[in-house]
Design a binder for this molecule. Structure first.
Ligand code: NAD
Ligand code: UGA
Length: 497
């Protein structure tokens, strides 16, 4: 029931998430100190996480591997494959010293004691659970490769396999079953060590995490493996913040954390709609409720909707798990977070069309920002894709500016046919020139400093601003002559409503 492959290998034995190979079940292996670490998957998580480990532990050799040769070549170049503030400096300091990027996955598996698995776990597109369940294909391939290498060319030294990817609860059991079935020579433990970094602030999140979570089997050998990994983090994370739990708690905590964070955004976005029709201001409401320490102020920023590769995927995964375990009410509860987010994106685009006299056909609309949040070039599940698609369906002519998203990425996201109807600009003023409306899709700091008068002068009139991120100075814009609509605020002359 968990993924598309785990149910047939799942043994559900909490004590047994380890294979002992040639060792007796209770024997606790002695791990080398310092350990060598590798990571399968050199993406948004694998790259930054391993870079920080290598910086904070200069005596530990860290190798980051990927099947994708281009990605590894980029990690070894001056143009890293992902943009993350502060990442470049850390990579440049450690690369070649104790941080290595390689496509030689087998050599890294052989050499290292701790093997992180940080591969992609997207939502399944076809088959049982399509549209909800996690696709664990990449994950299982990684597991099988570790097992094969250890079994055929390994030296029998003990291994700790660490789930870094976000996976359904009980995946560690499936991993252990795959390993046990195809590897008889190696003593291994499977740990869950979910990652909580957010893109755009990944380096800070990794250097100063609120917590690090390590889950393992509740056996002496499991505890030893947990301590081995926890000791790596304890080099720079205060011990009180390195939490240790059983495996299933660690796996479920990750899905739950993302569901709670996304739920707060959907909650405030639902209230933003009510603010718009009542004259309340969503920022004032968010502040007023957020100062209550029981509620807290974070993740209460109303927006065009949340994006990113994980919130939607992980909630859908949670929904699928709940259904699979016979909890339809719980599934429906969490599914509503996604329903509300979809509605927020749709109503943003619909509001644009209705505000512009019910037609945007042939009108130029400037899209400011394409990334799913500022300080990243990542566009996975960005609300900008949904809004652009809806406006293109209405035959609008789009012009897009984003400081970090490449033309190639937009091409991949939207496809050739749509790209032919779009202009990609390197300059926000050019992007807005001649437009009927501006839609702000990402909260890039650069948008706060735009010369609104200059933009207004070069636009068609009436000139509209639809602010999906609350970054424009609405009062100044209105004084200049813009018609301003902002999420969660009384729009146009709606203050009179
Ligand atoms: P990503 O797509 O950026 O990177 C995954 C990488 O794994 C790819 O480069 C892919 O080529 C590689 N890969 C796939 N199969 C492989 C294999 N068998 N061996 C070696 N490499 C392989 O994904 P990501 O954003 O880094 O996310 C990875 C996991 O971490 C996901 O489960 C995600 O849910 C979770 N996560 C992501 C974030 C985030 O901010 N992006 C934060 C926390 C957790
Ligand atoms: C999120 C979580 O914050 C991380 O803890 C988690 O590790 C990660 O998902 C993951 O598992 O991938 P991320 O998606 O990178 O991180 O970025 P967030 O800062 O959470 O933003 C997600 C989306 O919500 C963005 O589109 C952002 O603009 C939006 N958002 C965020 C709001 O609309 N309002 C807010 O108050 C906060």
């Amino acid at each position: 029931v968990i993924g598309d492959w785990s149910s047939d290998v799942c043994s559900s034995d909490l004590r047994g998430v380890a294979s002992t190979g040639t060792m007796a079940p209770e024997e606790v292996p002695k791990y080398p100190d310092p350990v060598k670490i590798c990571c399968l998957g050199a993406g948004y998580v694998g790259g930054p996480t391993m870079s920080v480990i290598s910086k904070m532990c200069p005596d530990i050799k860290v190798t980051v591997c990927d099947l994708n040769e281009r990605r590894i070549a980029a990690w070894n170049s001056a143009n890293l494959p992902i943009y993350e503030p502060g990442l470049q400096e850390v990579v440049e300091e450690a690369r070649g010293r104790n941080l290595f990027f390689s496509t030689d996955i087998d050599a890294a598996i052989r050499e290292c004691t701790i093997i992180f698995v940080s591969v992609n776990t997207p939502t399944k597109k076809t088959g049982i659970g399509a549209g909800e369940a996690a696709d664990l294909t990449y994950w299982e391939l990684a597991a099988r490769r570790i097992a094969h290498v250890c079994n055929t060319t390994g030296d029998g030294s003990p291994k700790i396999i660490v789930e870094k990817s976000t996976v359904p609860v009980k995946t560690a059991d499936a991993m252990a079953s795959v390993m046990a079935a195809s590897c008889t020579t190696t003593n291994f433990q499977v740990l869950s060590n979910p990652e909580f970094l957010a893109e755009g602030t990944a380096m800070d999140d990794l250097f100063k995490p609120d917590r690090v979570l390590v889950g393992g089997a509740e056996t002496p050998a499991g505890h030893a493996a947990v301590q081995c990994l926890a000791n790596v983090y304890r080099r720079w994370v205060p011990t009180a913040q390195v939490l240790t739990t059983n495996l299933w708690s660690a796996e479920l905590s990750k899905l739950t954390a993302n569901a709670f964070l996304a739920q707060r955004i959907s909650s405030i976005n639902s209230i933003s709609a009510l603010c718009e029709v009542t004259g309340a201001n969503v920022n004032e409401v968010a502040h007023a409720i957020g100062v209550d320490t029981r509620i807290g102020s974070k993740f209460l920023k109303a927006s065009v909707g949340f994006g990113g590769s994980c919130f939607q995927k992980d909630i859908l995964n949670l929904v699928y798990l709940c259904r699979s375990f016979g909890l339809p009410e719980v599934a429906e509860y969490w599914n509503q977070v996604i329903v509300m987010n979809d509605w927020q994106k749709t109503r943003f685009a619909q509001n644009m069309v209705s505000s512009m006299f019910n037609t945007v056909s042939g009108k130029k609309i400037a899209i400011l920002g394409f990334a799913f949040k500022k300080d990243t070039g990542d566009t996975r599940e960005t609300p900008a894709i949904d809004v652009c698609n809806k406006l293109l369906e209405e035959n609008a002519v789009l012009s897009v500016f984003d400081p970090k998203v490449t033309r190639e990425q937009m091409y991949l996201d939207l496809g050739k046919e749509k790209m032919d109807k779009m202009q990609i600009e390197d300059d926000p003023y050019l992007c807005c020139a001649g437009a009927h409306a501006i839609a702000v899709m990402t909260e890039w700091d650069v948008f706060k400093k735009l010369d609104l008068q200059k933009i207004y002068d070069a636009m068609q009139k009436p000139a509209f601003i639809f602010d999906g991120r609350d970054v424009i100075d609405h009062e100044t814009a209105r004084k200049i002559g813009f018609e301003v609509w902002a999420v969660g605020k009384s729009s146009f002359n709606a203050g009179a409503k």
